[in-house]
Design a binder for this molecule. Structure first.
Ligand SMILES: NC(=O)C1=CN([C@@H]2O[C@H](COP(=O)(O)OP(=O)(O)OC[C@H]3O[C@@H](n4cnc5c(N)ncnc54)[C@H](O)[C@@H]3O)[C@@H](O)[C@H]2O)C=CC1
Ligand SMILES: O=C(CO)COP(=O)(O)O
Length: 453
């Protein structure tokens, strides 16, 4: 009797807490005097090693938060014919080595046998070979594919997405065209006319897929028209850094890039029938007991950390593969971190915060993990050990997964060269020179020595 009274009191107070939470965290619903009638539908664009892992995380969370999200998560899969390996538990003697469509394998066995083998994916992930269909009616788009492919996919999506959709880019790379450079988050945002944040951290996908604890950083600076809620305070830049300007009262606003320049895109507000898209909603989409999220607002810092550390990871692989020790690796990491910070300050100084590189998972922590167990590091190490090119190792060892550091090194250096600034970033330059055969690993110590050393 007493216990049933206690239970009903707990139920009542938890209902009260829910209502109170809604009022405190969703001011828009207060304005409309009711809970949002719609839920956010989520699509993950990409399904590689990290794409599939993020889809797993997100699908676990859409199921855990049915008040905010539709349970099913669409995952766009670049369709290919795949043979289930003999060592897979899904290998079937009767079908033998007959190739099958990857989407069909994922939807039947709930496993991405090619890019994330031996990891059970939640059943609410729906693999879809059509990117246009996968994004239909989705209000949250998560971009997670090798940066080489995002240009073509973005073009395909123009006019196919909800005009008020919001994005998060998990892509580690920068977009360089001629002498310009932009973040993928802002390039996607401008191309599709949506606001796009970024997720990046010390996140080796295979470890996270096995639910081994890690941290990540999600940068999202909510457009003013989306929410009256204050951006959480903390060590990250506050929403005073918002790159958006309200230009009228019809729930539209211009989109500015991370350097404060007005773009051609105009943002449409997320309708009030949806839960407001603020830090708390994005945290509930990505945070898991084994994947701890810190929300910040420095989209440029988060994006640059993820892109530039891949160049440094190649350098770390080179020196280890050469047979040098931990001291040499620490030296290239030190120089690399300095160049990452300098690059951010020089080209994205309008919004970037040094603390994002030195204090957040997306900065120094990602640098450390990538220089210990990342694919760029491992392939560069093998290349130096075997005296072959990194591209050759990528082709023979990665089973279709793709390095980002090699193309990022080329892109960043061509951007620097066009501005006559490549000598200010000697480690970035040395990595490209080694990749292209102009220098050797033995040259690194002299190349990165500053004049006063
Ligand atoms: N794998 C990891 O541990 C982590 C990766 N990242 C980043 O996540 C992003 C995605 O990487 P992963 O998921 O690891 O990819 P991955 O390296 O597993 O790449 C293979 C993916 O590319 C797709 N693909 C192949 N050809 C294609 C084409 N012509 N068009 C479109 N897609 C094609 C494949 O279907 C597959 O999904 C990258 O920017 C990477 O730097 C970030 C954190 C961790
Ligand atoms: O970004 C990563 C870890 O955070 C993974 O790096 P690689 O792409 O080099 O494996």
């Amino acid at each position: 009797m007493i216990s049933s009274k206690i239970a009903s009191t707990i139920r009542a107070s938890s209902r009260l807490a829910q209502v109170s939470h809604q009022f405190h965290s969703t001011p828009r619903s207060m304005a409309t005097l009711g809970a949002p009638s719609k839920k956010h539908k989520v699509t993950v664009v990409g399904s590689g090693n990290w794409g599939s892992t993020i889809a797993k995380i997100v699908a676990e969370n859409t199921k855990a938060h049915p008040e905010t999200f539709e349970e099913d998560v669409q995952m766009w899969v670049y369709e290919e014919e795949v043979t289930i390996p003999k060592e897979s538990k899904h290998y079937d003697e009767s079908s033998g080595d007959k190739p099958q469509k990857l989407t069909e394998i994922i939807n039947k066995y709930h496993e991405n046998v090619k890019y994330l083998p031996d990891i059970a994916l939640p059943k609410n992930i729906i693999a879809n070979p059509s990117v246009e269909e996968a994004v239909k009616d989705s209000s949250i788009l998560i971009f997670n594919l090798p940066h080489q492919f995002i240009g073509r996919i973005s073009k395909q999506l123009e006019g196919k997405i909800l005009p008020f959709a919001r994005g998060v880019s998990c892509i580690k790379g920068v977009n360089v065209t001629e002498s310009e450079i932009s973040l993928f988050s802002e390039w996607i945002g401008e191309g599709l006319g949506i606001y796009c944040g970024a997720l990046s951290g010390a996140n080796i996908a295979n470890e996270i897929a096995l639910e081994k604890w890690s941290e990540t950083t999600v940068a999202y600076d909510p457009p003013v028209i989306d929410s009256q809620a204050a951006t959480p305070t903390g060590p990250s830049p506050s929403s005073s850094q918002i790159n958006l300007t309200i230009t009228d009262t019809d729930k539209q606003q211009d989109l500015k890039d991370s350097r404060g320049r007005t773009t051609k895109a105009r943002l449409r507000a997320v309708p009030s029938s949806y839960p407001p898209l603020d830090h708390s909603v994005f945290k509930s989409l990505f945070h898991r007991p084994y994947f701890h999220v810190r929300m910040v607002s420095d989209v440029a810092g988060v994006s640059l950390g993820g892109a530039l550390k891949n160049i440094v990871a190649l350098a770390a692989g080179f020196v280890e593969g050469r047979g040098w020790g931990d001291n040499a690796k620490a030296a290239v990491m030190r120089v690399g971190l300095l160049e990452m910070v300098e690059f951010g300050k020089e080209f994205f100084g309008h919004s970037v915060h040094t603390a994002t590189f030195t204090e957040e998972s997306c900065g120094v922590a990602d640098l450390i993990t990538s220089c210990s167990g990342g694919r760029n590091f491992k392939c560069a190490r093998m290349a130096a050990e075997r005296n072959v090119s990194v591209a050759e190792v990528e082709k023979t060892e990665l089973n279709g997964q793709m390095l980002q550091g090699t193309s990022t090194a080329k892109e960043v250096n061509s951007f620097l060269k066009a501005r006559g600034r490549e000598d200010a970033y000697p480690l970035f330059k040395a990595v490209l020179d080694i990749l292209e055969g102009r220098k050797t690993v033995d040259d690194i110590p002299d190349l990165v020595a500053r004049p006063d050393e």
